[in-house]
Design a protein. Structure first.
Length: 94
């Protein structure tokens, strides 16, 4: 017969990521919306903090929250403005 569940310990999947000390690289990448390679690059730039526990590389949730908090608001860039203007002039002439 199986032992009854311990109701004092929450299931790991029921614990929100914000309430954890660490998350795996894949979870951090999913939360931020970038690749695992980008997570490594962010750590190399000092924007994320890694720890090794039981042979696994984990991302500090504190550093993950700080990274998210440092995100800049999105605004449209002027990149390609000259090219669009040139195409508009060319199509009007032709």
């Amino acid at each position: 017969m199986a032992a009854p569940p311990n109701n004092n310990v929450p299931e790991i999947n029921a614990l929100p990521w914000r309430d954890r000390a660490f998350v795996p690289l894949s979870v951090a990448a999913e939360i931020v919306g970038v690749s695992r390679a980008s997570i490594y690059a962010l750590e190399a730039k000092g924007e994320l903090s890694f720890s090794r526990l039981a042979g696994r590389t984990l991302v500090s949730v504190t550093s993950l929250k700080a990274l998210i908090g440092s995100a800049e608001p999105w605004s449209a860039s002027d990149r390609g403005k000259e090219a669009r203007a040139a195409r508009t002039i060319a199509s009007a002439e032709g």
